[in-house]
Design a protein around this ligand. Structure first.
Ligand code: PGA
Length: 250
């Protein structure tokens, strides 16, 4: 089964529109329409239009969405709103949203279902805390997050989605998971998808590693059998470092 690698930058709450445009133009200048991997960025809502307007080859993803189509949800952005401006991917369940905004597995499942209805690919994030890692609970946490967040999704939907394994202790800390841990956990994610669905779905789903990925360590992760890409925070903010990552993946 050959899965197309997918590298996505996650800007989080960074960049004004002018910075976003500068980034898009800077990176697009180096991309051909014929890359062996998908490259993209997830941007704050206010930058999405500008990113789409300047995207030729880069995927433009949202960082969140609401599962409801419309209504009295002050401050929220719906999937039809993302669809209207040409968004094709959307992060759900990032640990920062789970921690600061109480995003649950149940909410992730509802968001994923609604995204698929608009043909937007969810990038579902899962991962354990440092305390859970130290207590040997990683496998149980990943299985529970997957089971809850995939609830109600069809095998066909899951085969098209992206799952990002992001150990919380590695996010923004500079303390990236070593190659063995990252590979073992991504393999566990794939095995769990096989248990919940089937071998074909597990063989198709793209699994990313995320957590302090940099130009200097991306190759190690990409060499792993069950790692199909990366979700990259800090190192996706500057054109130069994102281009270095792209070059390393090539
Ligand atoms: P980081 O963030 O690359 O800065 O560790 C990753 C993420 O939060 O997706």
């Amino acid at each position: 089964m050959s899965r197309k690698p997918i590298i996505v930058g996650n800007w989080k709450m960074n960049k004004l529109q002018k910075d976003a445009v500068e980034f898009m133009q800077g990176v697009e200048a180096h991309l051909t329409g014929d890359e062996a991997a998908d490259f993209g960025i997830a941007a704050p809502f206010t930058c999405l239009n500008a990113c789409v307007a300047n995207a030729k080859h880069l995927i433009v993803a949202a960082e969140n969405c609401n599962a409801k189509d419309s209504g009295a949800y002050t401050g929220e952005v719906s999937v039809p709103m993302l669809e209207e401006i040409g968004i094709t991917y959307c992060i759900i369940g990032h640990s920062e949203r789970r921690t600061y905004y109480a995003e649950t597995n149940e909410a992730c499942a509802a968001k994923a279902k609604r995204l698929f209805a608009s043909n937007i690919v969810p990038i579902l994030c899962i991962g354990e805390t440092e305390a859970q890692y130290d207590a040997g609970e990683t496998a149980a946490v990943l299985k529970e997050e997957l089971k809850g967040s995939l609830e109600g999704l069809s095998a066909d939907e899951v085969s098209r989605m992206v799952i990002a394994y992001e150990p919380i202790w590695a996010i923004g800390t500079g303390k990236s998971a070593d190659q063995t841990i990252a590979q073992d956990c991504c393999a566990l994610v794939r095995k769990t998808v096989e248990e919940l669905y089937d071998a074909d779905t597990a063989a198709k789903v793209r699994i990313q590693y995320g957590g302090s990925v940099k130009p200097t360590n991306i190759k190690e992760y990409m060499a792993c059998a069950d790692i199909d890409g990366a979700l990259i925070g800090g190192a996706s903010l500057k054109v130069d470092s994102f281009l270095e990552i792209i070059d390393a993946v090539r």
